[in-house]
Design a protein around this ligand. Structure first.
Ligand code: AMP
Length: 398
């Protein structure tokens, strides 16, 4: 069985085709600058030469057509005909309270996702464009929606409600949803396998630290709390997002700087986080380099980032009444030994001792990086959201 996984952004479309008989990647790629001049598809088959196709892509439907042609290309293709694609798994960011798991895409599901669009105006409309395009081009192929919010639907009310008037939740569904759910779920499952313990018995804190960053308290296999909220702006400091903030600051900035709410939203989403503090970059590699050259603002940006992760580890351990493992994943979590070390440096009091000889220079490989006598394990677990989407897709269509 071959599953095509699609992740459609506003001007990009990432894809992978995975052979689910043995969970091997056949090809991956990305269509970029959709609807913008200079668009192209970068196609990377695993066993053949890569290729870049420079072609005008006016919309997602055109992009998907070019991707499907590349998948069947005689020199760069990985299938002989489109009939070999048994299913399409779509990453969808926001499913509101509608879905607590992945679902087969039907008209009812599409209507429900359209309704959620105002909760994720940047993400859901392009996700839906990908679904509509496949409905037209791959009409006979079953499609599955896998939602970033679904894994966190197990959070109790005490985690997901804000201390706002209850009517605002009832009227507008203003509550915490959480994101990166596919990643948190995947690394939680894989960590249980690595520790050789049933997931249903474990208390984990999963740290997805990438350009967007979030953490989850995963107790007995279920998300019971997470750092992102109504939108992916809450929680940790991120590449360009501010994370937790005193809400009074918003009106204060508006008044002092003479800005409207859109301008302040733009500051909080695009100009804050480690970029805003350091003034250097949103890329942690650049900030680590600047910090190593004594750039004080880069140093404090990293300290703020690390401290918030450490605080949430402590908070979630307290919330779960214990902790079996801290799990690091995503771009920074998988690649930065410094970040992992700094985040864990004060955790010895709770039995989490990082082992420098295991952590130093370790990148992108699953491993236990705590000392052998550490009662709380520290784990590096590479995420694979596309494989998780393909697994959920396979499970539903079988
Ligand atoms: P992601 O959003 O998961 O793709 O993560 C992207 C971020 O990971 C980048 O912005 C970098 O800041 C960070 N990253 C990737 N590789 C490294 C590395 N070797 N060292 C430090 N940070 C890295």
């Amino acid at each position: 069985m071959k599953v095509l996984v699609l992740n459609c952004g506003s001007s990009s479309l990432k894809y992978q085709i995975i052979n689910m008989e043995n969970e091997t990647l056949l090809a991956k790629g990305v269509a970029e600058r959709i609807g913008i001049e200079g668009s192209f598809v970068k196609h990377e088959p695993v066993d053949k030469d890569k290729t870049v196709i420079e072609v005008a892509l006016h919309n997602h439907k055109e992009a998907i057509k070019v991707v499907l042609d590349a998948l069947q290309d005689k020199d760069h293709g990985v299938v002989s005909t489109l009939d070999e694609i048994n299913a399409v798994g779509h990453r969808v960011v926001h499913a509101g309270e509608k879905f607590s798991g992945s679902v087969m895409i039907t008209q009812e599901v599409i209507d429900a996702l359209e309704e959620c669009s105002d909760l994720a105006p940047l993400h859901n409309p392009p996700n839906l464009m990908g679904i509509y395009a496949c409905q037209e081009i791959l009409a006979e192929v079953p499609m599955v929606g896998v939602f970033d919010t679904a894994f966190h639907q197990t959070m109790p009310k005490s985690s997901y409600l804000y201390a706002l008037p209850y009517e605002l939740y009832e009227k507008y569904k203003i509550r915490r949803y959480g994101f990166h759910g596919t990643s948190h779920k995947y690394v939680a499952i894989k960590t249980a396998e690595l520790l050789e313990k049933p997931l249903e018995t474990l208390k984990l804190v999963t740290c997805h630290l990438g350009n967007g960053a979030s953490m989850a308290a995963v107790m007995n296999g279920k998300s019971i709390d997470t750092t992102m909220g109504f939108t992916p702006l809450e929680g940790l400091a991120m590449g360009t997002r501010c994370g937790d903030l005193d809400p009074a600051i918003i009106s204060y900035i508006m008044e002092k700087e003479g800005l409207d709410i859109n301008a302040v939203n733009n500051i909080m989403n695009k100009k804050s986080g480690v970029l805003g503090i350091s003034g250097v970059s949103s890329d942690f590699r650049d900030i680590e380099n600047a910090a190593a050259q004594d750039n004080e603002r880069a140093q404090v940006a990293l300290e703020i980032f690390y401290k918030r992760v450490t605080k949430y580890i402590g908070a979630y351990a307290a919330e779960m009444g214990g902790l079996d493992a801290v799990v690091f994943t995503a771009g920074l979590g998988e690649n930065s030994d410094t970040a992992r070390k700094e985040i864990c440096k004060t955790l010895a009091f709770m039995g989490a001792n990082i082992d420098d000889s295991k952590n130093d220079n370790l990148r992108g490989k699953e491993a236990i990086i705590s000392t052998d006598d550490s009662t709380v394990k520290i784990v590096l677990m590479p995420t694979n959201e596309e494989l998780m989407i393909a697994r959920e897709t396979k499970a539903l269509i079988s």
